[in-house]
Design a protein around this ligand. Structure first.
Ligand code: ADP
Ligand code: ADP
Ligand code: ZN
Length: 238
């Protein structure tokens, strides 16, 4: 019998079940530039669960000039947050898709207490509990340096850095060959504004998840590889 994509997917999910049926649902917290996307993308490959990046979903909508994209663009350009209702709607639709059955990695959501509370209700209703919230801890100066040199692939959403994590070939995605670009909101003035909003609006989520007993703080200043190894150990132990 020929093996098609659908039967491969069934086989893969069977293998996961045989490995203990573990589902893995996690949230990344941390300021812009702390490494959430970089680690989420690697963990997604390692554990075979999707990375759900609200920023990437919005950037795709902007590029396609959809109704959502046109609405979101003016906030994103200024470094401000898109409205809670819009973001909650996106997540609500996304986490029920079939590729999320074995788990998911949230990268960039939630970003406000309203989003977190609404998400709590959502996962309770759907009976899909969150396993862990990973908070990447880095200094403000370090994230500014990281964001100012960040390069993004618009095709596969992999992130690079001019100095810390350069692509094999200048300006070209090593994974898919896409043409890398520097995000307009990664210019220093917008970065400072995003960091201010992070401190005021998103940082309180650290306390929120600590109280729920879900928080694990990770030192985000080490190398990409060393942080990844630590994360794999934490997640394999769950
Ligand atoms: P976030 O998703 O939290 O905004 P990214 O994963 O996009 O952050 O990382 C921001 C930038 O810093 C990228 O250019 C990335 O290549 C780089 N980077 C990520 N993690 C590290 C690290 N541990 N050390 C050095 N540079 C890193
Ligand atoms: P970074 O991780 O570098 O801060 P993202 O790619 O996650 O950036 O997000 C880019 C922009 O998309 C944000 O500045 C904001 O305008 C919008 N955005 C992404 N996620 C959310 C969210 N959960 N709530 C509100 N706005 C969001
Ligand atoms: Zn790519």
């Amino acid at each position: 019998m020929p093996i098609n994509k659908a039967s491969l997917l069934v086989l893969e999910s069977f293998v996961r079940q045989r490995e203990g049926g573990k589902k893995l649902r996690l949230i990344f917290l941390g300021p812009p530039g702390s490494g959430k996307g970089t680690q989420a993308s690697r963990l997604s490959q390692r554990f075979g669960i999707p990375q759900i990046s609200t920023g990437a979903i919005l950037r795709e909508a902007v590029a396609n000039k959809t109704e959502l994209g046109i609405k979101a663009k003016e906030y994103m350009d200024k470094g401000e947050l898109v409205s809670d209702d819009v973001i909650i709607g996106i997540i609500c639709d996304r986490i029920v898709q079939t590729d999320c059955e074995n788990g998911f990695i949230l990268d960039g959501f939630p970003r406000t207490i309203v989003q977190a509370e609404s998400f709590d209700r959502m996962v309770k209703e759907k009976n899909i509990p969150i396993d862990v919230v990973l908070s990447l801890d880095v200094s403000e100066e370090m994230v500014v340096r990281r964001l100012c040199g960040r390069l993004v692939c618009p095709e596969c959403n992999v992130n690079y850095h001019l100095e810390f994590n350069p692509p094999k070939k200048k300006g070209v995605c090593s994974k898919c060959g896409g043409k890398l670009y520097h995000r307009p909101d990664d210019e220093e003035d917008v970065v400072r504004r995003r960091l201010k909003i992070y401190k005021e609006t998103t940082e309180p989520l650290i306390g929120y998840y600590q109280q729920k007993g879900l928080l694990r703080v990770i030192n985000g200043t080490e190398t990409i590889e060393s942080i990844f190894k630590q994360l794999v150990i934490v997640l394999e132990g769950m």
